[in-house]
Design a protein around this ligand. Sequence first.
Ligand code: RIB
Length: 283
Amino acid sequence: MTAPTIVVLGSVNLDIVASAPRLPVAGETVTDASLNRYPGGKGANQALAARRLGANVYLVARVGNDSVADEALSILRDDGVDLQYCETDESTSTGIALIAVAPSGENQIVVAPGANRTLLPELLHIPEGDGLICQLEVPADSVCKAAIEFPGFVCVNLAPAMQVPVEVLQNADLIVVNETEAAYYGSSLSAAGGLIATTFGARGAELRRGEQVLANTLPPEVNAIDATGAGDTFTAALTVALLEKVDPQRALQFACTAAALSTTVAGAQTSLPQRKDVDSVAI
Ligand code: RIB
């Protein structure tokens, strides 16, 4: 089988991660955390996940002219994600995500998007490919333009949840949401013309078209320590499997397995599984 070529349009962040005894509530200070820095950003994570699962991958993104960019792009570079469409914006800094992670693996994330916000529609250069993956940490108008114009399979991960032009839903072959995002979009998801995958964390995921459920599955049991990047892994894995023409049930199992494995290692990109590791667990 020829490896699919996937274009990821999306964000690049450096994740500053505090692993804390628990997550704070609003207005509270929690101490005794340990601090780490990891390459992240939903776009970059999805690009790396697709690459590790066997796809050829272009990342279309923008970073600042700073040392944070080198740090944020380092794993993508080492793993062979094509960065020729990742441009530098001279006016802003590279995106930063501040993340708190509890021992259970649950997290809270606040993003300062910086250069990700400068990936405007008029600056887009989208190469050819079999599939396009977008999320919403770059301007929604750019996602909309790319979704309308891309000739191949289009996946849009509606994260973080925000208003999007209806054309995004109409032009996506696959929409991916978690249950919080599904609640945010509510009945507006009925405008989606393609597949909708909803993830439920440790309770698995469901794939449907309209009201018809095509597949659902539980993930393998794992010792989850950090959920950061699990949704990105799921999105990339499901897109790779569907481009490989895997049937919906097996494609969903593959995506859930990949996402579950990603929760067993700390960090976003540091945790993304290799194809052989997913294949050895996925049924
Ligand atoms: O989906 C996880 C990602 O969200 C993190 O890597 C962080 O950068 C935020 O963008």
